[in-house]
Write a protein that binds this ligand. Structure first.
Ligand code: MRU
Length: 365
């Protein structure tokens, strides 16, 4: 692994660097981000993706906006920058969370250079917070895996995951993959079923790449295979990530997650969602009606990308005249979620469960 982190500040060049996830697993390229527009482009084009990493990139974007500022209305420019970044992708709440928190550090009482300094400190601290959250999620999720392993007599714990909620979606370790990495490190036998995750194939391209780099046994499956595996006792546990979780425990995650939750419920298989509290939208109660679902470009459905003779090609895979739909996310209702694995522990996917872990969020009426 060249760098366990997915985003970092390059002090020599005075800019932000990240992995260009559009080219993995075929090429491992680094992208330089110098301006807020480049930060926004990285988010919209999915050079960076995954809720926590989008949040951290946006925080650096706010810093870069301040760094490159020239004019006579710094406060106004920063508010504009915040809205510009927030409009890049709608579903992952970490984006709005990071931008709003960054904005709260901008003060008229401070000089522009002091504000720049505070924004940089904020971006670095959010990055560190996400790293710490991932570690803690990993430790709590590890105990779930260990308890299943204890009754499997040395047989590998079979874990199914969807999309990429790995280190590439975060800064280090990931959310859904954090318990997986720690279980592997602890010597617990595991095997991961990796949903390919059409249309962009984040599972096949990114999760498989990550697990391969870490030598974790895994098998990539077409998205519609999970139900069959569950019916044949080939899955012990499902762990997915989240892009936005409501206060009542509804979970927005990559499209297709809901169908896995239904299959898991039908087969009595525990379905856990791993997420840092930066992914909880404390203002929402009903995920299905309230969470905005991103619709992405149809070309992600009409085309597939792959390697042919060592060159990456895009291929059209359906008739020219057929219209397509490309919803990026779906919402799994709380009733289908066995539990949430957060940095503070595992809780029920309910208002009561969440607030027991985060009592400071209780608003007295
Ligand atoms: O569209 P993406 O790739 O940004 O979507 C990200 C996901 O849905 C993740 O895989 C995930 O589960 C949430 S981010 C840890």
């Amino acid at each position: 692994m060249r760098n366990p982190q997915t985003i970092w500040f390059n002090w020599e060049k005075n800019l932000v660097e990240t992995i260009d996830q559009r080219y993995l697993p075929f090429q491992n390229l680094i992208v330089e981000i110098r301006t807020i527009d480049e930060a926004r482009f990285a988010i919209t084009e999915m050079i960076v993706r995954g809720a926590p990493l989008i949040g951290v990139t946006a925080a650096y974007g706010m810093y870069l906006a301040a760094l490159n500022y020239s004019g006579d209305d710094f406060q106004g420019a920063m508010k504009y920058a915040a809205n510009w970044l927030k409009s890049s992708r709608p579903t992952a709440v970490n984006l709005a969370f990071a931008v709003d928190e960054a904005l709260s550090f901008v003060s008229e009482e401070h000089t522009v250079s002091e504000n720049i300094h505070h924004l940089f400190e904020y971006a670095e601290s959010l990055k560190q917070r996400e790293i710490d959250f991932s570690k803690k999620i990993g430790m709590h999720g590890l105990e779930l895996i260990r308890s299943i392993s204890n009754i499997k007599n040395g047989e590998p714990v079979q874990i199914l995951t969807h999309c990429n909620a790995g280190r590439l979606a975060c800064v280090e370790l990931g959310t859904a993959t954090a318990p997986i990495y720690l279980a592997h490190e602890a010597g617990i036998p595991i095997h991961i079923w990796v949903d390919e995750t059409r249309p962009r194939n984040q599972g096949a391209r990114l999760t498989a790449w990550e697990l391969g780099e870490a030598d974790i046994p895994h098998t990539v499956i077409p998205d519609n295979t999970g139900g069959h595996l569950m019916q044949h006792q080939m899955v012990d546990l499902v762990i997915v990530g989240s892009d936005r979780t409501t206060l009542n425990g509804d979970v927005a995650n990559k499209i297709g997650t809901y169908l896995k939750a239904l299959a898991a419920a039908d087969n009595g298989i525990p379905f856990y969602v791993a997420l840092p509290s930066t992914t909880i939208d404390w203002s929402l109660k009903d995920g299905i009606t309230e969470i905005p679902i991103e619709q992405r470009d149809g070309s992600e459905v009409t085309q597939m990308e792959g390697l042919l003779d060592d060159v990456v090609h895009k291929f059209r895979i359906l008739p020219e005249i057929s219209p397509v739909a490309n919803y990026g996310f779906d919402v799994t209702p709380a009733r289908l979620v066995t539990g949430l694995i957060t940095e503070r522990g595992v809780c029920r996917a309910s208002r009561e469960g969440i607030l027991k872990l985060f009592p400071e969020k209780i608003i007295e009426k």
